[in-house]
Design a protein. Structure first.
Length: 410
């Protein structure tokens, strides 16, 4: 009996994945099935789970498919300067790498702190900062919606919810975007962000207030200041860039697809429809690292070894033809994987906060700049070269110049 040929792994990078990920995922699925052997930077092997059912199985079994990165069988091959270490780190004291009962306690602590956010205050903050950002561009008649709006809004709102002052907000925006860019300013941005979180936690330990950090500190589970700072870093990074890309990708869809034209002229029902379609078809978080196999097993017809790394192919699973058999639009269906699944999914209160920020950001923009239009042909727009987060590098638009509100919204 001859054994099955060893599959040729696929590099998880390249211009095709940047420009046409749907086609790439279809080709991967056709060639390899629902679990694809891939290579990361430095030819580090992993498995990309593209099947909807398989991803449901992985995220629903935290024992067999663990979040504990210490299980990884590749650590001896990982150099200290490996560019993905910030994403796939060892012994990170954050909720991302906590397992078992301690993770459940930690998730409950975060969920409770976020759930207590007043929804009217949240929308008020989102409107306030959206108006301030639009005031900065409204008189020009043109703008890059990504650089001048979408990448500046979410973290300003999150900072206010956490307990930072409005004066601290712009510095946090710069630091976080520098960290996400991953270039020469990344380490300095990360340092500024963590220092700011540490100072805020220390201040709220001395003087509690009605904010997320104070509620985290008051939780009876007894998490340390370092643990709370790490979780604030996670919430900020996870809450900012995907939400910024949700705004950008939704506006891109509405500006290029005639089905959503009414939204640009006062209609608002289709804003939510466009946002939901983006979560299915163009989700900001495309792939997530990861899970580690705790013992030898099989998944999707593949034999996995203990310690193998699995990458969660959220967009691939969303477009799995076995669950999208009719190829129709998704309507109000929320059974996508864009917020994850299982005990490590994005906490529901965090999902609600992201949705309010994104929807408010889109609606305020359309209210203030009702004749907004693309300034370049749609096929000239480009995406960031990342297999993890999918967002536009820029979204240049034109509109009729209007005066700034200066805080006079009624």
């Amino acid at each position: 009996m001859t054994s099955a040929p060893t599959p040729t792994p696929v590099y998880l990078s390249g211009p095709a994945l940047q420009g046409e990920p749907a086609r790439v995922y279809r080709e991967m699925r056709r060639e390899h099935g629902s679990v694809v052997p891939v290579l990361l930077d430095g030819d580090v092997p992993a498995w990309l789970v593209l099947g909807y059912r398989e991803l449901h199985q992985v995220t629903g079994d935290p024992v067999l498919f663990s979040r504990d990165s210490d299980l990884w069988n590749q650590w001896e091959n990982i150099p200290d300067d490996w560019p993905l270490l910030p994403m796939i780190g060892r012994k990170q004291p954050s909720i991302l790498y906590t397992v078992g009962e301690r993770h459940r306690e930690r998730a409950a602590m975060l969920g409770n702190a976020l759930d207590a956010v007043d929804p009217f205050e949240l929308r008020g903050y989102a409107e306030k900062f959206a108006d301030e950002l639009i005031d900065g561009i409204s008189a020009k008649g043109s703008a890059d919606i990504i650089a001048e709006y979408a990448t500046l809004l979410p973290v300003r709102v999150l900072a206010r919810l956490f307990g930072f002052t409005d004066e601290q907000g712009p510095g946090l925006v710069t630091a976080l975007n520098d960290m996400i860019d991953g270039r020469e300013k990344a380490i300095a941005g990360q340092t500024h962000l963590f220092t700011s979180m540490t100072e805020l936690v220390a201040a709220r330990r001395e003087t509690p207030a009605d904010d997320v950090v104070s509620r985290m500190l008051a939780d009876p589970s007894g998490f340390t200041a370092e643990e709370i700072c790490q979780d604030l870093m996670v919430m900020t990074a996870a809450g900012h860039q995907p939400t910024a890309d949700w705004i950008g990708n939704s506006l891109h869809l509405m500006l290029t697809d005639g089905r959503f034209a009414a939204s640009l002229f006062g209609g608002r029902n289709s804003v939510a429809e466009a946002m939901n379609e983006v979560l299915w078809e163009d989700t900001p978080t495309q792939n997530v690292a990861g899970r580690w196999v705790s013992r030898d097993t099989q998944l999707g017809g593949r034999r996995l070894r203990a310690g193998d790394l699995l990458l969660l192919g959220l967009q691939g699973a969303n477009s799995d033809p076995q669950v999208r058999t009719d190829g129709s639009l998704t309507g109000g269906n929320n059974a996508h994987f864009s917020f994850g699944h299982g005990e490590h999914r994005c906490p529901f209160p965090a999902q609600e906060i992201a949705e309010v920020i994104a929807r408010t950001g889109i609606e305020v923009l359309l209210d203030r700049l009702p004749d907004i239009d693309l300034a370049v042909p749609a096929d000239k727009l480009t995406r960031r070269p990342s297999p993890w987060l999918r967002g536009l590098t820029d979204l240049p638009v034109t509109f009729t110049p209007t005066p700034a509100l200066g805080g006079t919204r009624t």
